[in-house]
Design a protein around this ligand. Structure first.
Ligand SMILES: Cc1cc2nc3c(=O)[nH]c(=O)nc-3n(C[C@H](O)[C@H](O)[C@H](O)COP(=O)(O)O)c2cc1C
Length: 424
């Protein structure tokens, strides 16, 4: 696979020279403009599912505004002609500290969903966390990015057999770690989705990992979901059933007439979340795999300490982009507390609110070893498929590299030593 790693200066030159031919970037560089362009392209309910958060979205605001509370104090005359943005994590070398966060139901943004993202991941050599709720089975996603590091993000369902099956499939398709998401054992109170009365899973979206899974297929038959109460049939309901049938493998007409898609969706709803999950369950995962296990959704320093006590291999400081709790601490503020609590004992990955390359620089200065791009790449996907995602990654990377250089840093190690000014 051709991996044209563009340095920031190469990319700048390419873009400015393009202007001579009136070749203007199709993907907006400003994340807010990109977001608005994605909004234009998508139906209101699809956009709101991708863009929205819990409650009045105050956590989302805290996530992004936390970056404004820390400022870079650059240092001069440090010969930054050579710059190395690479990091080594979980057994592989990454060209930059960025990874793509797990984002479910990407078919809402683009028909090619996860495959388009995987191709952008491969072309830029940027690690991807494959979501449990992706729109494409993990095997197909992995095949589209054979040489690029990938992780499997696990939602721990009520069936440990299903968890074991997901984990074993992740091992077989070359994932280098299992990332267990802890913050979504129940769905948050998401006003926009509730106002649209819209949950994409009910239309069969984002269920690819489950429908492709032999254990899930067996559970559908062996332990069928409870019967739903009969509801009034109207045209809208028939259309919804047709949408489900279209997404289920096999002939749409056969699926429409049979009950398989409905049973699959009801079974999924029945088991996909497990609010009973607790720390002691993690030992079961250890017994299932030799892969590193990373906990995603850590915000409290005590939980970070516990991750170490329980022998975990890494954490992702994340609040799910503010989609779960309204009025929570900004994730960058949580990062500072977590770093104070656990220092360098295990890798600390970070996401939630990263909107620019310079945000990533700040996150690394405050203790992150790697930084996740979330919604911005979903907007890029909506705007331009693979090309849109690739552009977002390249823009983030370029701005990050230039921020590093212009602040007097040659490497990620230098970035980690930078002291930011807290302007609160
Ligand atoms: C539409 C959407 C779907 C998501 N799906 C998942 C998921 O399936 N698994 C998961 O662990 N996190 C999921 N997340 C959370 C992201 O992995 C990440 O934590 C979050 O997007 C970071 O916040 P930001 O996008 O505001 O930067 C999702 C986020 C969004 C916006």
């Amino acid at each position: 696979m051709d991996k044209p790693f563009k340095t920031a200066v190469d990319l700048q030159k390419l873009m400015f020279l393009g202007g001579l031919r009136n070749d203007i970037p199709k993907t907006p560089l400003n994340t807010e403009q990109l977001r608005l362009k994605a909004k234009d392209r998508l139906s209101p309910r699809a956009f709101d599912y991708l863009d929205g958060g819990a409650g009045m979205e105050k956590t989302m605001l805290s996530n992004t505004s936390a970056f404004g509370c820390w400022q870079i104090v650059p240092q001069m005359l440090k010969d930054v002609s050579l710059r190395d943005t690479s990091v080594e994590l979980f057994g592989s070398k990454w060209v930059s500290p960025f990874f793509l966060c797990p984002i479910g139901v990407l078919e809402l943004a683009h028909r090619q969903s996860d495959l388009a993202v995987a191709r952008a991941s491969a072309v830029t050599d940027t690690p991807l966390m494959i979501s449990s709720q992706s729109s494409t089975p993990m095997e197909d996603i992995a095949a589209a990015m054979p040489e690029t590091p990938k992780f499997f993000q696990l939602y721990w369902s009520k069936s440990d057999d299903l968890v074991a099956s997901f984990v074993s499939r992740a091992e077989s398709c070359g994932c280098s770690a299992i990332v267990v998401t802890l913050d979504t054992t129940i769905l948050g109170w998401r006003l926009r989705d509730l106002q649209h009365a819209y949950l994409p899973f009910l239309y069969g979206m984002g269920l690819a990992q489950y429908i492709a899974d032999p254990v899930f297929q067996r559970l559908m038959v062996a332990e069928p979901p409870p019967e739903a109460a009969k509801s009034k049939v109207n045209l809208h309901l028939l259309n919804s059933l047709w949408q489900m049938a279209r997404r289920y493998p096999g002939s749409t007409w056969h699926n429409f007439r049979s009950r398989s898609p409905l049973i699959a969706i009801r079974k999924f709803i029945d088991i996909y979340m497990n609010p009973a999950l607790q720390w002691s369950d993690l030992s079961k995962l250890r017994a299932m795999t030799n892969l590193p296990v990373i906990l995603k959704g850590i915000q409290h320093p005590d939980d970070a300490r516990k991750a170490i006590d329980y022998g975990l291999d890494g954490i992702v400081v994340s609040n799910h982009g503010g989609r779960q709790i309204d009025g929570a601490i900004g994730s960058l503020d949580a990062l500072v507390l977590v770093k104070q609590a656990i220092g360098n004992q295990i890798p600390i990955l970070f996401d939630s609110g990263v909107r620019t390359g310079s945000d990533a620089f700040k996150a690394i200065a405050l203790g992150a070893d790697a930084v996740g791009i979330g919604r911005p790449y979903a907007y890029g996907l909506a705007v331009g498929g693979t090309e849109g995602v690739q552009s977002v990654i390249e823009y983030f990377r370029a701005e990050f590299e230039l921020t590093m250089a212009l602040s007097g840093c040659h490497s990620i190690d230098d970035n980690k030593k930078v002291v930011l000014k807290n302007c609160r």
